[in-house]
Design a protein around this ligand. Structure first.
Ligand SMILES: Cc1cc2nc3c(=O)[nH]c(=O)nc-3n(C[C@H](O)[C@H](O)[C@H](O)COP(=O)(O)OP(=O)(O)OC[C@H]3O[C@@H](n4cnc5c(N)ncnc54)[C@H](O)[C@@H]3O)c2cc1C
Length: 436
């Protein structure tokens, strides 16, 4: 097969695949399993209520990606100042917990402050071995006990002592002592975190952006409802719908275990690493109400174990068109990974009233359960060795794993748009790559 007849094959049409398609100048073909592009960045509508696959708020840092978004949706993205809150010990406080203790019961504030001071006084010592140690080191015992440990256990589905802190530098704000004290006495500790403001389409949910980006794709072939069946490394072919498609390079954005399972001639050591990749599934609810939301926040973190969810968001508080007038659309991210029972739904309804999201359980018009099979990659003790070996092996066969589940990581939509741009440049600059 002449090299020039081989194309770049993009596996998966989420934001990473879409971005790769936008940025590649060489011939490419994209295969997407579903009937539409978007992956996790899609939306659904029921009776005038709009939902994403839980909150998908867009945080942009890169100037070129900002420009791309502005070009594809000129004037159609709302810029929203974040209203994030925490519900703990029966009160609603500002985000992040560690810099906003004001309002919590005095004995909790005292325990948290003493813990921070003790942690700051302790010498740094050896690097933390896991995320629990990281929390104790940076926030002390009180903040760890009241927020960091219980919240993260609900989010990740595993105890923080079983995961490393590799993922958290960008996502977990680290206030200094002055900011912690200011936030504990009610003085302004300043806005913190990577997501102080965000962009969101004026209409239709995040899929409006995905569609606009999809419309920007030119020059290649997009095949929907096309699931990759297998990959032959030696022939450099992917098989889709029984058809063999020769490739020069592959951009692999489908979940890494799914990709590896489709490679027939995987060496034993790589298969061993593949068997140690772990990810948690997420179950969540699309909730519609008959009355306006009872709270004004966009999303709220819920660390306490007794409540069945760890985060709740109100789409229509960010952009009113997400729900009919006089109603609200919400997402509820459940701590339990099992099937959603009638008892869970009843607990959720009570819980939503308790946290002040809705006036009473009777305000709920419908609650639809959904699942994200691959939601949170687990950064356990095998993660580094497994991903390093797997990525080196794949790239030696011109397969470039990218995106949240291709690169098996924790990231956001902008990272995926950047990864698509980066991988297009990497492939075009690879040795032996020719522009036809
Ligand atoms: C609960 C949750 C909340 C989030 N909230 C935010 C947020 O607020 N802000 C933010 O910026 N980011 C958020 N993210 C992250 C964001 O969703 C991801 O970073 C991004 O959408 C991932 O894009 P991707 O293209 O890498 O992967 P995906 O969207 O997973 O795309 C992979 C594609 O591969 C396809 N595929 C799978 N198997 C095959 C096959 N065999 N053949 C062909 N195609 C296949 C899939 O159908 C899918 O379309 C959130 C993620 C989660 C899980």
């Amino acid at each position: 097969m002449a090299e020039t007849t081989r194309k770049t094959v993009i596996l998966g049409g989420g934001l990473t695949g879409i971005s790769a398609a936008i940025h590649l100048r060489r011939p490419w073909v994209l295969f997407e399993r579903e009937a539409k592009l978007g992956g996790l960045a899609v939306s659904e509508e029921r009776d005038g209520f709009h939902f994403d696959l839980t909150g998908h708020w867009l945080h942009l840092r890169d100037p070129a990606i900002k420009q791309l978004v502005a070009e594809v949706l000129p004037g159609e993205m709302a810029s929203v100042q974040r209203r994030a809150r925490i519900f703990s010990h029966g009160v609603t406080t500002l985000f992040p917990f560690q810099a906003n203790l004001f309002g919590l019961p005095p004995e909790v504030i005292k325990e948290c402050l003493l813990g921070v001071i003790e942690a700051k006084l302790r010498s740094a010592g050896t690097p933390p071995r896991n995320f629990e140690e990281y929390c104790l080191r940076h926030f002390g015992a009180g903040i760890s006990r009241h927020f960091m440990i219980p919240y993260n256990e609900k989010l990740w589905g595993v105890h923080p002592r079983t995961i490393t802190a590799d993922w958290c530098s960008r996502f977990v704000p680290l206030p200094n002592l002055e900011q912690v004290v200011a936030g504990a006495v009610g003085a302004d500790a300043g806005s913190m975190g990577y997501n102080v403001s965000f962009l969101y389409p004026n209409r239709g949910g995040i899929e409006t952006l995905t569609r606009a980006l999809g419309a920007r794709i030119r020059g290649g072939e997009v095949h929907l409802r096309s699931s990759v069946e297998s990959i032959d490394l030696h022939r450099r072919e992917v098989v889709v719908g029984g058809q063999k498609v020769p490739y020069q390079a592959v951009v692999a954005t489908m979940a890494l275990p799914e990709l590896l399972a489709r490679i027939s001639d995987l060496p034993d050591d790589i298969a061993g690493h593949a068997s140690r990749l772990r990810c948690t599934t997420l179950r969540y609810l699309n909730v519609a109400t008959r009355s306006p939301a009872a709270a004004d926040w966009h999303w709220l973190y819920v660390p306490e174990k007794r409540l069945p969810f760890y985060r709740v968001g109100i789409y229509s508080n960010a952009v009113a068109s997400m729900a009919p007038a006089g109603a609200a659309s919400l997402y509820v991210e459940l701590a339990d990974r099992g099937p959603v029972s009638a008892a869970t739904l009843s607990d959720v309804a009570q819980g939503l009233a308790e946290i002040g999201a809705i006036g009473s359980p009777g305000d709920i018009r419908f609650a639809d359960a959904r699942e994200i099979k691959y939601a949170y990659v687990v950064f356990d003790e095998h993660y580094q060795a497994a991903t390093t070996a797997i990525f080196r092996f794949l790239e030696s066969h011109a397969i470039y794993p990218r995106g949240r589940y291709g690169a098996w990581t924790y990231n956001a939509m902008e990272d995926c748009l950047l990864a698509g741009r980066e991988v297009a440049a990497t492939i075009e600059n690879a040795p032996g790559s020719k522009t036809p």
